[in-house]
Design a protein around this ligand. Structure first.
Ligand code: KIV
Length: 272
């Protein structure tokens, strides 16, 4: 039996299911702009999430609640212009799908038409079943999101680990099964015990992509600005930092300021 990894020219929702079946882990990162998306795509990432974490990372809001549909479309269309290979999933923002399935469908269509994204992601299970059904019936691929769902932060009151109690774990497993039955192509599982996440991944045929959900799932997602160390005040246990860009960028900016003040920049070779 060959163990060679399949090369994908373009990642589709089908590729992700194939990866799960072939025991190849799925790598997903966020991007909100053209320049970052280009680097992430060319590095070979499988999925780019235009997350509503843009609300925190790009706009400086305390939560993901304030970001609007038009702001998400602005970020997603910038990402789409850069991407050649990755599957681009776009978050439906808070308020654009919870109240009514018709509104949910309208929001998803607007994202697909105006940004060129490849799929949408919605937070929640049974409560938003009709919205998910309606979007899927229109031919739009849907990624689910269970566990810690930041759009509901005012209901939870905290960003701590979810589904530690049996009742919540049972509901999470039921919701995951429901999302698969409805036709979602994958589910993000955020901040839940690793044992529970593994159990969910093993009982479903669609990929489970974890963030703070351990290593027993089918793939991992991180917020790019966090893993690059640009957001140094955010330190959850699950976050592995691959760079300390906050320090490197601060040093670069201070070097520039010092060169300008000392009249070292520009030198003779840097002028016309
Ligand atoms: O908005 C986001 O970045 C997300 C990830 C944390 C999964 O939903």
């Amino acid at each position: 039996m060959s163990t060679a990894k399949k090369e994908y020219k373009r990642i589709t929702t089908r590729s992700l299911v194939e990866m799960k079946n072939n025991h190849e882990k799925i790598a997903m990162l966020t991007a909100y702009d053209y320049t970052m998306a280009k680097i992430v795509d060319q590095a070979g990432i499988d999925v780019i999430l235009v997350g509503d974490s843009a609300s925190n990372v790009m706009a400086g809001h305390e939560t993901t609640v304030p970001i609007t549909l038009n702001e998400m479309i602005y970020h997603a269309s910038s990402v789409i212009r850069a991407v050649k290979r990755s599957l681009v999933v776009v978050d439906l923002p808070f308020g654009s799908y919870q109240s009514d399935p018709k509104i949910a469908l309208r929001s998803a269509i607007k994202i697909m038409k105006e940004s060129g994204g490849h799929a949408v992601k919605l937070e929640g299970g049974k409560e938003i079943k009709q919205s998910i059904k309606k979007i899927l019936n229109a031919g739009i691929p849907v990624m689910g999101h269970l566990g810690l769902t930041p759009q509901s932060i005012y209901k939870f009151g905290t960003y701590t680990v979810r589904a530690k109690e049996e009742q919540e774990a049972i509901k999470l497993k039921e919701d995951a099964l429901l999302l698969e039955k409805l036709g979602c192509f994958a589910i993000v599982l955020e901040k839940v015990p690793a044992k529970l996440a593994k159990e969910v991944a093993e009982s479903l045929t669609i990929p489970i992509i974890g963030i703070g959900a351990g290593n027993g799932v089918d793939g991992q997602v991180l917020v790019t600005h966090d893993m690059l160390g640009m957001t140094h005040e955010f330190n959850p246990r699950f976050l592995r930092r691959y760079l300390d860009l906050y320090t490197d960028m601060t040093n670069a900016f201070q070097g520039y300021i010092s060169d300008v003040k000392s009249k070292d920049f520009p030198n003779e070779n840097e002028q016309y």
